[in-house]
Write a protein that binds this ligand. Sequence first.
Ligand code: F6P
Ligand code: MN
Length: 311
Amino acid sequence: MSETRTSNFPKTLPAFLSEGDPTTAKVYLAIARAASRLADELPLHTGMAGGVNPSGESQAKLDVFSNDLFADALLETGVVGEVASEEMEEPRRSNAPAEESLAVAMDPLDGSSNIVTNSPLGSIFGIWRGRLPQSGRRLVSAMFVTYGPQLTLCFSHGNRVCQFVKMRIGPQAGEFVLASEGMRLPDPPEVYGFGGERNKWTPRVEAFVRSLEERGLKLRYGGTFIGDYNQVLRRGGIFAYPELKGRPNGKLRILYESAPVSYLTELAGGASTTGRGSMLDITPTTLAETAPCYIGNRNLVREVEEQFARS
Ligand code: F6P
Ligand code: MN
């Protein structure tokens, strides 16, 4: 008698999540469904929407579409009471009491300047209890999506980091299946990517990048936080959107971007810093507050802190 082949297939997302917290599972499954739809519809929503987001950035039609898609999907789960987004001035709320529901902060389409060039895009979600803003230290879980050659989900499951990939053909077509579990940032580190123009980096940022180059790390910078960060997660290294001359708080938004990714990084054995301590220890006072951020292998992040403390 031959064994059924199904037992050799990687676990699907619903099967995997059935072993964890059911509330978080509802949120993850809602994001997975919406991300699949967004990936399918990327070519349908081209061009600019005409508005600007709370950070003053011009909104693409895809920014607005993805924002509404994820916000609706999250609120429909019944377990999310508040959705705050990089694309909205004010959070959207359900009638659920704050103390009994989750709050999600999201960047629904990270790297939207990459739409026109067909380069990687992402979505980022931080999940808290209660109301926002809160520090990253209080995150319950986090997830990011990559829209690249493959559609992937990376998220915390308990204190482990997992990555799922969407199958397009074969017996599991249409399913997200387990690709990596218990992810750790590889060592030795191989790649680095620092945002902002080089002539705007402060001298201590430039000195640090020079030291990375001198020891042979390779530059990998595509202009989308999630795409660039995912390379650090898979190959080891450091991603930063650093302090700039005239822009000491960098560009990345703590709640929508850097805290959720820092949370996953720390679970995967890496570290994050603003230059003076973990990203996770900042409690932003406004939803769109930014901070310089350096995320990656622990040794490199500690070096940033040590070098900055001396300068
Ligand atoms: O969300 C902001 C963002 O688009 C990130 O995805 C990316 O890392 C960064 O801006 C790119 O900024 P710059 O063009 O200044 O390097
Ligand atoms: Mn972004």
